[in-house]
Design a protein around this ligand. Structure first.
Ligand code: DLZ
Length: 171
């Protein structure tokens, strides 16, 4: 399995756009808080590392991952961010609740992205065990919060660059 071999959060920082003018929303699920808070730390630090200003990062918490799309919609409506990062951790249990939650979140965030033309980033760990989640929340496989932050920066910059008026050459 590829993830057994590598830190999944490695990236070339020199290729990441400057985030100083980007407004972010972050929605954090409280379920499995010891993991989602580690995702948040990785996400927040990564945004700052690439120039984001603390006053441009709007964070809210929701009870569980199922509420991430609703939380994202509220943040979008109130703060008009360029991108919204949703962080959660759904661990498989004895029932298949995880499938319902994961699919609902994925569909909800895609629908928000398509309706608004902005990025709603899926930063949700969907693991079989708690250890697999810990490995991806600052453990041996990196931190999905970092990956989510990079995805948000790249998508917001893409929209900004395509909307910017083209510079005229010559006369
Ligand atoms: C109910 C529930 C369960 C069983 N497991 C998780 C989980 O692993 N991760 C998570 O983020 N949330 C879980 N939840 C809570 C639901 O996401 C949701 O908050 C409740 O069903 C209320 O709508």
């Amino acid at each position: 399995m590829a993830s057994a071999l590598q830190n999944l959060s490695q990236y070339d920082a020199s290729t990441v756009p400057d985030a100083s003018e980007i407004i972010f929303g972050i929605v954090v699920a409280e379920w499995n808080a010891h993991i989602t808070h580690a995702l948040y730390e990785g996400c927040y630090e990564t945004l700052l590392k690439h120039g984001a200003r603390p006053e441009n990062i709007h964070t809210v918490q929701v009870p569980g991952s199922f509420e991430l799309p609703a939380g994202a919609r509220i943040v979008h409506g109130q703060k008009n961010p360029d991108a919204v990062i949703c962080l959660g951790c759904v661990i498989k249990g004895e029932t298949n609740h995880n499938e319902y939650i994961n699919q609902a979140v994925a569909h909800g965030l895609v629908n928000l992205s398509l309706a608004t033309g902005k990025a709603f980033i899926f930063g949700v760990l969907t693991t079989d065990t708690e250890q697999q989640a810990l490995d991806r929340a600052g453990g041996k496989h990196g931190n999905k919060g970092v990956e989510a932050a990079i995805a948000a920066i790249r998508m917001a910059a893409l929209k900004r660059d395509l909307s910017a008026p083209k510079k005229k050459i010559g006369f």
